[in-house]
Ligand binder design. Structure first.
Ligand SMILES: [Zn+2]
Length: 662
């Protein structure tokens, strides 16, 4: 494998322990995640390519075909165009979108990780052809944007606020790094290095360069990936510049608007909170605006905080984390309740049925949380990464890998279903690439430590102090909490193994080579640390009690008061009509009702369901009255709950996460 080792960004200000994710090809997952990755490799990756082709995206990037759009003198997105879905317009032959390069980038990334999992010469050939088109399209100075070259020529770098130019570059960079790591092919990586070099020549603190940054964050985290893959510090510096510059005065988006003859106040979203440029990032303490933008920005900030040991960035991130997780987070790890701005509204505003909770936003929260772990193992972040991963993220993909949710509500009257494709197809390749690269979220590697953030059947290969080590996890997590870890070091190797003890777990036990470890003394920040000289055959056993639990929301959440959500381990549960009949709002679960867990190997690919005896308000004896002086009669009912991520994979119908208590 050609996966390159991460390169240090700086020799001086680096924190003592920076944990970097293992590159995807160094981790094989089996079990729960193995099934998910197989579905992406077998179906999703090919579907993404086919849907992109059906949407006629090839025509936008192929220089050998006529441009699909009309050339217009200047395109200032109207409110309709610059709405939540981004700008688009219908040209002479086809509707085209300004962010299609990003969809190609994510599709390439998904395909890359999938090819590593499962050989697919046919798909690889198609992706190679896409890469060839980008190679042909690239201008001699390195510039590369299918929108600004093929649809709106002559206008590059005139509207960073609305037009996703650097965002598209970022996704193509991520695709390039992934394709290189998975296949060893450098062509796209070289193309994107040339483009990144061009961007670095245009933007930066030096006199004569533009002082801008993108209206849709993404380039920052992508440049960090590029720096780590190539060892080129200049990409890291550019990522840091974009973060440092954001929200500074005079405001770049004001000046840019005036330069193209537009009134900065005519901005469709009214406030720069929408793209988190309302203040310099180190002064931000409230999570605002478009949820995916916010998550990508915070991900980039966390990477830079890790690489530069920047405590001021870390302090801002901790404030933002605290704000998000105490006021604006769904129990599923979904974020961004509003469709209006695809983002945040006011504190405790968490409607269930109309929850927007875009798949990309939960995926973005996984990105952010995983990067916070770069600064050291801390279950505050890892537990949330797990929550969002197992619930609000993977709900976005059907179990067979073929259908997608854009919104992830916590309640449905039966009308919400996964779709084949979307005119803004951001979510399908985002969930695809996250699932296909799940192995890299499992582990964090530092100079003399390895952190296990996630549990599940898997094998990881890495080097510590130049010595190869492999770590094999055997577990049927998340269905069962028993985790056996075998470490194989060819020669005895000293390092610290950090094991997460999730906050949801009420009873945990840890043994090393059969000997009990006192978890209280070994654990800090939610991770047990074992330092020893590891040798072949060493075995660690971690037993996490898969507790069933009830969640109650802060009473300020008006939609959830008097209601309860069920969980087991990291999984949030829901009830579906297909198991419980219609009228789920009429079901109530008493506080004292006993919860039972049942392994159901033949249901939904093999899951654990929960059941309890509750009551249901009957309509039979109510008659035609709308209102009455007596409450409805209730009868006992047995309710059955399934993991939230698995809903809408059977007969369509109602769904409910927050059950009435009573
Ligand atoms: Zn999306």
């Amino acid at each position: 494998m050609t996966a390159s080792q991460p390169a240090a960004a700086t020799d001086t200000a680096k924190p003592k322990l920076a944990f970097r994710p293992l590159p995807v090809p160094q981790v094989d997952v089996r079990g729960f995640w193995g099934d998910r990755v197989d579905a992406v490799a077998a179906k999703t990756a090919g579907i993404l390519y086919d849907r992109c082709v059906e949407a006629r995206m090839l025509e936008q990037i192929d220089p050998d075909r006529p441009s699909p759009g009309v050339v217009i003198p200047f395109h200032s997105p109207s409110p309709d165009e610059a709405d939540a879905q981004g700008a688009e317009f219908t040209g002479s032959t086809v509707t085209t979108q300004m962010f299609w390069d990003s969809d190609w980038g994510k599709t390439i990334e998904t395909a890359a990780y999938s090819l590593y999992r499962r050989r697919n010469p046919e798909l690889e050939k198609k992706i190679d052809a896409v890469i060839d088109m980008y190679g042909k399209l690239q201008q001699p100075d390195g510039y590369l944007s299918s929108w600004y070259q093929r649809i709106q020529p002559g206008l590059r770098w005139t509207n960073l606020r609305d037009c996703h130019e650097l965002y598209c570059a970022g996704h193509l960079i991520e695709g390039a790094v992934a394709y290189y790591q998975a296949t060893g092919k450098r062509k796209l990586l070289d193309i994107m290095c040339r483009y990144a070099d061009h961007i670095a020549s245009m933007f930066g603190p030096e006199p004569g360069k533009r002082k801008g940054y993108c209206g849709h964050e993404e380039i920052e985290l992508a440049l960090v990936k590029l720096a780590r893959a190539t060892g080129e510090k200049k990409y890291m510096e550019l990522a840091k510049y974009f973060i440092d510059q954001r929200g500074q005065q005079p405001h770049y988006f004001d000046e840019e608007a005036r330069a193209r003859g537009a009134d900065p106040k005519a901005y469709h979203f009214k406030t720069y909170e929408y793209n988190q440029s309302h203040k310099p990032v180190r002064e931000q303490d409230k999570v605002v605006g478009h949820a995916v933008r916010a998550m990508y920005l915070f991900s980039g900030m966390a990477d830079i905080a890790t690489e530069y040991g920047d405590d001021s960035l870390r302090a801002a991130l901790d404030r933002l984390w605290d704000d998000l997780t105490t006021k604006s987070l769904y129990v599923t790890g979904g974020i961004g309740p509003s469709a209006h701005n695809e983002g945040f509204t006011s504190d405790y505003d968490l409607p269930n049925e109309t929850a927007y909770a875009e798949t990309c936003a939960s995926v973005g929260l996984v990105f952010w949380a995983s990067r916070m772990l770069g600064m050291g193992p801390n279950a505050r972040y890892a537990d949330m990464m797990e929550r969002s991963l197992y619930n609000g993220s993977i709900s976005g993909l059907s179990l067979d890998g073929s259908l997608f949710f854009y919104e992830n509500p916590l309640e449905s009257r039966g009308g919400h279903h996964r779709w084949k494709w979307h005119r803004c197809p951001c979510c399908p390749p985002n969930i695809g690439r996250m699932v296909a690269s799940i192995g890299s979220y499992f582990y964090g590697l530092a100079d003399d430590a390895l952190a296990v953030h996630l549990y599940g059947d898997s094998t990881a290969r890495f080097e510590i102090a130049g010595r190869p080590v492999s770590l094999v996890q055997t577990s049927s997590y998340p269905w069962d909490g028993a985790v056996a870890i075998e470490i194989e070091a060819a020669t005895p190797t000293a390092f610290t193994l950090h094991l997460r003890v999730p906050a949801w777990c009420r009873n945990a036990a840890l043994k090393v080579n059969g000997k009990m470890v006192d978890l209280d003394t070994a654990t800090s920040d939610g991770y047990a640390a074992i330092r020893r000289e590891w040798q072949k055959g060493d075995r660690v056993e971690l037993d996490l009690e898969m507790s069933m639990s009830r969640f109650f929301a802060n009473p300020e959440v008006r939609q959830d008061i008097g209601r309860v959500a069920l969980a087991r381990g990291p999984l949030i549960y829901c009830v579906e009509e297909t198991d419980n009949g219609g009228g789920l709002h009429r079901i109530a679960l008493p506080r004292e009702a006993r919860l039972e867990a049942h392994a159901e190997p033949n249901l939904l690919g093999g899951i654990v369901t929960l059941s309890a005896v509750g009551s249901r308000a009957g309509t039979e004896n109510w008659g035609r009255d709308l209102y009455r002086a007596e409450p409805p009669a209730t009868q006992e009912t047995k309710l059955k709950a399934v993991p939230y991520f698995a809903w809408d994979n059977r007969d369509p119908g109602e769904m409910l996460v927050w059950l009435r208590e009573g």
